[in-house]
Every structure is written in structure tokens, then in C-alpha cells.
Design a protein around this ligand. Structure first.
Ligand SMILES: Nc1ncnc2c1ncn2[C@@H]1O[C@H](COP(=O)(O)OP(=O)(O)OP(=O)(O)O)[C@@H](O)[C@H]1O
Length: 258
């Protein structure tokens, strides 16, 4: 009998409370879901419902107050190097060139071997930035900077990408190009990802599955599997598909209900 692979991510009844000097804030309550290997899961929901908290827990920045989180069936502490985090702010170091920025994660993880650096240059080419490796971030457009940030995130060859509104500061054209690149790289390299976004079109264009969260503390309101007829289309094309428009309206209503 064929063995089912372990999910890349498992959350079992996870609750997280932040304890500050002034107050206690329960950000998420009783969250349970699993992300199979190779899936791009999207979290949407109103501000403050705990989406980023889930990414922080997956990155091991905080330890959940209750419940269990597993990465490939193991506790996060055992798998600390399998995730890579990308944020809305590109976080590029202005005094380092594109190539030097791209190597940063590898250097920090003491993985800057010739093979890994070659792989990073391959990614840079794939993102259309091969000829810009010697430039400094200030010489790049916003879209180019975010592509470098995506290369840096991927260069450490993580199993799981944690993407917190990575394209939200970009204009629509750059956003769609980067969404396209993300989907292409995800498929080619069989990565697993959790993407947080406020943009429901982005969620539908890149996601395999979408979780709508709501409330304070945040809970799961609805899970929607994006149908294949949309998933198989590149993000730009999928946007004009009638099923896409219909799902967009359904999701919109669900998020608005919060
Ligand atoms: N480090 C922290 N310390 C204390 N409270 C926090 C911390 N981080 C988040 N919170 C609180 O936890 C709740 C959930 O925040 P979180 O950032 O996870 O929500 P979100 O859904 O990602 O919001 P947004 O969409 O605005 O980014 C909020 O009430 C927030 O104020």
C-alpha cells in the first residue's frame, strides 16, 4: 500500500496569547489545519485576526501557548532551518550589492558553498535579474528589489516559505509578475508555502487553498480549495476566468462578514 507523505505543516488546536507588561492578548484560538507538501496555502481575514501570528509561530519566533505545531511530523525546534520568511519590506542591506544581499542568508546559515551560490545565481536569472547582480538596492525599482528579496528567501533552499504580504507594496503590474514567478518557482522546486495577504485576487491567483480567518481571537471561518481550472492557469490569465470572479465574490462576502 502506498504511504501518504507526512504533511509539511500540522497545527493541532493551536492557541497563542501574547503577554505584555500592560495586557494579555489572545491572538489566535484553537486553530487546526494541515498543509500537504507542495501546497500553497493562503491566509486571509481582517486586520488583527492573527494571520501574522501563525507565520511567526511557524518560523519559531514565538512558541504557541497551547496546542501542537509540527513541521514534517517533528517539533519546530528539530526543524528550525526548514522555513524561510519574506515580508512586505524587502529588508535589503543598502551597502551590499544584489549578489551580496542574495548570499546573506547563506552566509548566516554557513551554507555559502559554491553549489549554493550557483543555485542562487540560477534563481536570480530566473527572476530576470542576472545582469543586475553588481548593482546596489538603491539602483533598483521596487519590483526588482522585491525579486531580490524573493531570491534571498529561496536561496537557502527552504522546504517551507512563509510569505507575509510580500507583494502588497507593489503596483499591480509588478505584483502580477512576481505572483507568476512565485507560482513558477513553487511548482518547479516543489516548495510548500503559507502566504498571508489582504488581496483576495492574489489569494485566488496563487493559492491552492484559502483559509478565511476572523474574530479576535482569530479562528478559522472557512476553507476554500481553489479549483483546478483556475490553479492550472497562470495568475494573469486566471483573473478573467468566470469561476475566479464567482469565488472572489464568495470570499469577499465571507471576509466582510467578520
Ligand atoms: N508581539 C506582539 N505583542 C503583543 N501583541 C501582539 C504582538 N503581535 C501581534 N499582537 C496582537 O495579536 C493580534 C493579532 O495580530 P497579528 O499581527 O497576528 O494579526 P494580523 O491578522 O496579521 O493583522 P494584519 O492583517 O493587520 O497584519 C492583534 O491584536 C495584535 O495587536
Amino acid at each position: 500500500m502506498k504511504k501518504t507523505p507526512r504533511p509539511a505543516i500540522t497545527l493541532n488546536q493551536v492557541t497563542h496569547t501574547y503577554f505584555t507588561k500592560k495586557e494579555e492578548v489572545t491572538a489566535i484560538s484553537d486553530i487546526t489545519f494541515a498543509v500537504p507538501q507542495g501546497e500553497l496555502l493562503v491566509l486571509v481575514g481582517p486586520s488583527g485576526c492573527g494571520k501574522s501570528t501563525i507565520l511567526s509561530l511557524l518560523a519559531g519566533i514565538y512558541k504557541q501557548t497551547a496546542g501542537q505545531i509540527l513541521l514534517f511530523g517533528e517539533e519546530i525546534s528539530q526543524r528550525s532551518k526548514c522555513t524561510s520568511y519574506m515580508l512586505q519590506k524587502d529588508g535589503l542591506l543598502e551597502w551590499r550589492t544584489v549578489a551580496q544581499n542574495m548570499r546573506l542568508g547563506l552566509e548566516l546559515q554557513k551554507q555559502a558553498t559554491p553549489e549554493r551560490i550557483e543555485y542562487a545565481f540560477h534563481l536570480l536569472e530566473q527572476m530576470g535579474l542576472g545582469q543586475f547582480a553588481h548593482l546596489y538596492p538603491s539602483q533598483l525599482s521596487g519590483g526588482m528589489r522585491q525579486r531580490v528579496a524573493l531570491v534571498r528567501t529561496l536561496a537557502v533552499n527552504p522546504d517551507i516559505l512563509l510569505l507575509d504580504e510580500p507583494f502588497s507594496a507593489l503596483d499591480i503590474q509588478n505584483k502580477i509578475v512576481l505572483e507568476d514567478l512565485l507560482v513558477e518557482v513553487m511548482k518547479e522546486q516543489k516548495k510548500t508555502a503559507v502566504l498571508v495577504t489582504h488581496d483576495l485576487e492574489e489569494a485566488l491567483a496563487v493559492g491552492d487553498r484559502i483559509i478565511v480567518m476572523g474574530g479576535r481571537p482569530g479562528t478559522i471561518r472557512q476553507t476554500t480549495a481553489v479549483p483546478e481550472e483556475i490553479r492550472l492557469l497562470p495568475p494573469l490569465k486566471s483573473r478573467s476566468h468566470p469561476v475566479f470572479r464567482q469565488l472572489f465574490e464568495e470570499l469577499w462576502r465571507e471576509v466582510e462578514r467578520n
